[in-house]
Design a protein around this ligand. Structure first.
Ligand code: 6PG
Length: 458
């Protein structure tokens, strides 16, 4: 079977190599001459490099299946060129990090040319693209039927499941991928904040931090991101200098986190860990605002015995809460007419190949499989199974950070999320009273729909 790939950067090229290893023949094109030179030099069997999109379309046997591995802002230009050379029933699959709304529009647009469109979220980075990524598909059912075997054969597998799923309607694949990326930000923030607290409040060196994470590798707090963090924390250049001391602290991003937060705002879903992780990126160009001088606020030190800290619980709690918030967004998006996600399918596709994979996720997925109920009771159950003593270690960790002026936006966001929902407080009632006082907004009785009218209402 023949497949065209446009965009032969590290993702596209590795996908091509993955495809040829599964006996597909690939016709590849990239505008960048340097990339083409390198690939031609590699001389991969069954990978034919074409000199233009037109030539690729002419040589690719019909029905033509073309995968795009391009930056989000290059997709429309490429689609418009492809339209000139494709025939009805041909298939275009966008494998990049595209906004789901664009995938919905592109599906409609291509339908008017009778060309089938798939919006495909691919996770796992270039390494995953080569060895088996997680693949989240949405769009034309007909195109899915024709390409299912291709995606299934190149996707990751954990022995039970193939990390590839068709979520149905246009945009659904890219929607699951953008939420994946939002959760990815929160998990990365969890690990960065936690290890920074280990350093600043507990005096742990980069090696010590790395070792502390390594100790968790066989626990239910383990994940791909945790493992890679343990490797980068003490990584050095050839002059034995730590990379962490060499690099700029400004965090880059490709926009998927912003899209996740936008979707959550639109659906009125609370995802504070994801937002906090995004907000950390937004302000990262201002880190160390006063140069490298420690300001007065950083001077006081209050220490806690490290033995009182249970890192396994801290990481699990934050991974579970961040994951829950993202899944809640996916679940709530089912109220949009077109989407009908099943949380079990999302677990299936995220269990291997993707950046979120890990033992924490396998454990949470296995708990979900018991009752298949996705709600706050489920969150409470998985947290109480894996933590002790009213989260006392997590509270101590955040409080010692706060006493020492050490930031913990994601960790605090998760704890506040949990306490807002599961502790008794009057925050809602007070805000309702404030609204009523200045705006005469109606107040509902605690249980029931009866309206209460305080003396200040007319
Ligand atoms: C993945 C990743 C990937 C993402 C990069 C960078 O699932 O493989 O999510 O798609 O593009 O990790 O993302 P940022 O540039 O936003 O950090």
């Amino acid at each position: 079977m023949n497949i065209g790939i446009i965009g032969m950067g590290s993702m596209g090229y590795n996908l091509a190599k993955n495809l040829v290893s599964k006996d597909f023949k690939v016709y590849g094109f990239d505008k960048n001459k340097e990339i083409i030179k390198k690939i031609t030099f590699d001389n991969i069997k069954n990978l034919k490099i074409e000199s233009s999109i037109k030539e690729l379309c002419n040589n690719l046997p019909s029905p033509k299946i073309i995968m795009l591995s391009l930056p989000a802002d290059k997709i429309d230009i490429c689609i418009n060129e492809l339209i000139q050379y494709l025939n009805p029933k041909d298939i275009i699959a966008d494998l990049g990090n595209s906004l789901y709304l664009k995938s919905i529009d592109r599906h409609e647009y291509l339908k008017s040319y009778d060309i089938c469109f798939l919006g495909v979220g691919v996770s796992g980075g270039p390494g995953g693209a080569l060895s088996g990524p997680a693949i989240m598909v949405g769009g034309s059912k007909k195109a899915w039927k024709e390409t299912k075997h291709i995606f299934n054969s190149i996707a990751a597998s954990n022995g039970h499941n193939i990390a590839c799923n068709y979520f149905g309607s246009p945009g659904s694949g890219h929607f699951v991928k953008l939420v994946h990326n939002g959760i990815e930000y929160a998990l990365m923030g969890t690990l960065a904040e936690t290890t920074n607290i280990l350093k600043k409040a507990f005096g742990k060196s980069q090696n010590d931090q790395s070792n502390e994470l390594n100790k968790l590798l066989n626990t239910n707090s383990s994940s791909y991101l945790l493992e890679l963090t343990s490797k980068v924390l003490n990584a050095q250049n050839k002059d034995n200098q730590l990379f962490i001391d060499q690099i700029d602290s400004k965090i880059d991003q490709n926009g998927t986190g912003i899209w996740t937060v936008n979707a959550a705002l639109e659906l009125n879903v609370s995802i504070p860990a994801i937002y906090s992780a995004l907000s950390t990126r937004s302000i990262s160009s201002k880190f160390n605002f006063n140069g490298n001088q420690e300001t007065n606020i950083s001077n006081k030190k209050e220490l806690v015995d490290f033995n009182e800290i249970n890192l396994e619980e801290i990481i699990f709690f934050n991974f579970a809460c961040s994951l829950y918030q993202g899944l809640d967004l996916i679940n709530t998006s089912n109220k949009w007419d077109d989407f009908s996600f099943n949380i079990g399918d999302v677990f299936k596709v995220w269990n291997s190949g993707c950046i979120l994979q890990g033992k924490y996720l396998e454990y949470i997925a296995s708990e979900y499989a018991i009752n298949k109920e996705f709600n706050l009771n489920f969150l409470y159950k998985i947290i109480s199974n894996k933590t002790s003593d009213n989260l006392s270690s997590i509270r101590k960790f955040i409080s010692i950070a706060s006493k020492n002026s050490i930031p913990s936006p994601v960790l605090s966001a998760n704890l506040n999320y949990f306490d807002l929902v599961f502790s008794k407080h009057n925050i809602g009632e007070t805000i309702q009273l404030q609204r009523s006082f200045f705006g005469q907004h109606p107040l509902r009785e605690k249980k029931g729909n009866k309206i209460i009218k305080p003396y200040w209402t007319k």
